[in-house]
Design a protein around this ligand. Structure first.
Ligand code: PRP
Length: 516
């Protein structure tokens, strides 16, 4: 019987083509067991996306884990020295996805040994060719942890402050970046450089001048030198491939030191390829070799949507905030008169301005944007903090200003409570991380509304909730005890849309920013 590749599912077809590609470049297959000792992951938590791992007790009583990652297993068992090892793998990993664990199909490659710019160029070329196997058009963006850490080292930051700065960089959240850096009392020159770096987006040739003007130390100079060489290597590879840079791609500084990169395919709402240079991981295993590799997340192919039109899809929160936000879009030149029609329609188009608006439940806006059903959206910072969606946070619109507070009855005192504090809230993640930072364990009581009732009826000791005018607290004999964070509406964008519709999204941002 003749065999046709068409009988295979899209992920399986892609796997076969990727394996053939890597073999053609001299990579050999690395096979491994599904289980590892849990210790490997416990010792390297920051290398993993999540610390949630499926564990079980193996023979002999050892705590074992279903493998959440492939790279750690390869690094652990690879030999040090003895030339360059070029390996590829096709394995499943077991990771949390929402409320469940999911078995995810991964294909990837690793080069371990002496890593020079020729090898880095080959890996980037293979990343680009891997993306082209998965669909088109594609985008591959590179960042350099050496440049970023060189800049961070010009200031005396604690590791917690570094984490906060890097989070804002990864969100392209310039307004918040400026606010926290000023709060830490950092130098104006540093703030200028880190915000410029966060917004940089273009080919090496386009941004090289800006990188040079930012460089203040040898680490930053050598990162530029490496990017320059790589750009040359790529053009020699004849791949018609430009070295596109985006420094909002960041990774854990204790593992990654050099280039890191992410790849996108149109129609898939999130990165489908991710990789980088991780020499520092090998040092943790006492090995001298360098290493670079990437993984392709094949399950995401199932999320691929057919490319539709070129209109920007904008999710607005139903209600007062959404109406105010629409007013800003209209003033910025993105009006859609149909939106004022008396109807129960939820979708409104303005083909002449290239936009389509959806009215969605406020707490759902980040879901639409993260999953690519909307390219951009307007969401309250409270919802963003509560759900931590993987989106860019491009502008603080300054609308819907209020604060997230701890509030309690005037007579309440936490002293001598003699038991765990009970906190009622619609925002359990915000409440938990606030009390974690204070080093307090709490009992969370998750409610959906009328939170102020909880302390009045003895259901909780305090509440964590939004305070706008303060009227609801006042009229219920409660008072704010502490402000956790100031809240306002933010313009957010899907990370893939930002890449594929960069011209339209950045123009819209510029027009809106002029009004703020
Ligand atoms: C929000 C919040 C407070 C109130 C604060 O409730 O949860 O209850 O607004 O506003 P104020 O300080 O101006 O009085 P929302 O209207 O969303 O209703 P909810 O009770 O269903 O949460």
């Amino acid at each position: 019987m003749d065999f046709s590749i068409d009988v295979l599912r899209s992920g399986e077809q892609a796997t076969m083509r990727l394996r053939a590609l890597y073999r053609q470049f001299g990579y050999s297959e690395y096979r491994m067991s599904r289980f590892e000792e849990y210790e490997l992951y416990a010792d390297n938590k920051a290398f993993l996306k999540s610390g949630d791992i499926i564990t079980f007790t193996g023979a002999g009583g050892k705590l074992m884990a279903l493998r959440p990652d492939v790279t750690l297993s390869i690094v652990k068992s690879t030999k040090d020295g003895g030339g360059l090892q070029k390996l590829y793998y096709n394995e499943n990993v077991y990771r949390p996805d929402g409320f469940e664990f999911k078995e995810q199909m991964q294909v990837g490659l690793e080069c371990i040994g002496e890593i020079d710019t020729a090898i880095m160029g080959e890996v980037l070329l293979l990343a680009q060719r891997s993306l082209a196997i998965l669909g088109e058009p594609i985008k591959l963006y590179v960042s350099h942890m050496g440049f970023i850490s060189g800049l961070l080292n010009t200031e005396d930051l604690t590791s917690e402050q570094t984490g906060e700065v890097l989070l804002r960089v990864s969100e392209k959240n310039i307004s918040e970046l400026k606010r926290i850096c000023s709060g830490y009392g950092l130098n104006e020159g540093f703030i200028q450089s880190i915000t410029t770096l966060t917004g940089l987006h273009g080919s090496y040739e386009e941004v090289a001048g800006q990188l040079r003007s930012m460089s203040v130390n040898a680490a930053m100079d050598s990162a530029i030198e490496e990017l320059e060489q790589l750009s040359g290597v790529l053009s020699k590879l004849g791949a018609l491939m430009k070295l596109n840079l985006d420094f909002s791609i960041v990774n854990d500084l204790s593992y990654y030191s050099g280039i890191i990169f992410q790849g996108y395919v149109r129609g898939i709402p999130t990165k489908i390829l991710s990789g980088g240079r991780y020499d520092k991981l090998l040092r943790k295993f006492g090995k001298r070799s360098g290493a670079i590799g990437f993984a392709v997340y094949l399950d995401l192919l199932e999320r691929q949507a057919a490319a539709t039109d070129q209109m920007l899809n904008i999710a607005l929160p139903k209600g007062r905030l959404g109406e105010a936000a629409y007013g800003v879009f209209e003033k910025a030149g993105y009006g859609c008169p149909a939106i004022y029609e008396e109807s129960r329609k939820l979708v409104f188009e303005s083909p002449e301005h290239g936009v389509r608006y959806f009215w969605v439940k406020p707490s759902d806006v980040p879901i639409y944007v993260e999953r690519g059903a909307a390219d951009i959206g307007v969401a309250g910072k409270d919802i963003l903090l509560e759900h931590s969606p993987d989106v860019y946070e491009l502008l603080d619109l300054g609308l819907g200003k209020c604060r997230m507070c701890v509030a309690a009855e005037k007579t309440f005192s936490p002293e001598n409570l003699g038991r765990t504090l009970r906190v009622a809230t619609k925002f359990p993640n915000i409440a938990r991380s606030y009390y974690d930072r204070q080093g307090h364990g709490i009992d969370i009581i998750s409610l959906n509304g009328s939170i102020e009732l909880a302390p009045l009826l003895g259901l909780s000791d305090v509440i964590v909730d939004i305070v706008e005018s303060g009227k609801t607290l006042l009229e219920n004999d409660l008072e704010p005890v502490e402000t956790i964070v100031d809240i306002s509406a933010r313009l957010i964008a899907n990370k893939a849309s930002y890449k594929f519709s960069h011209g339209a999204v950045s123009k819209l941002c510029r027009e809106i920013a002029k009004l703020l």
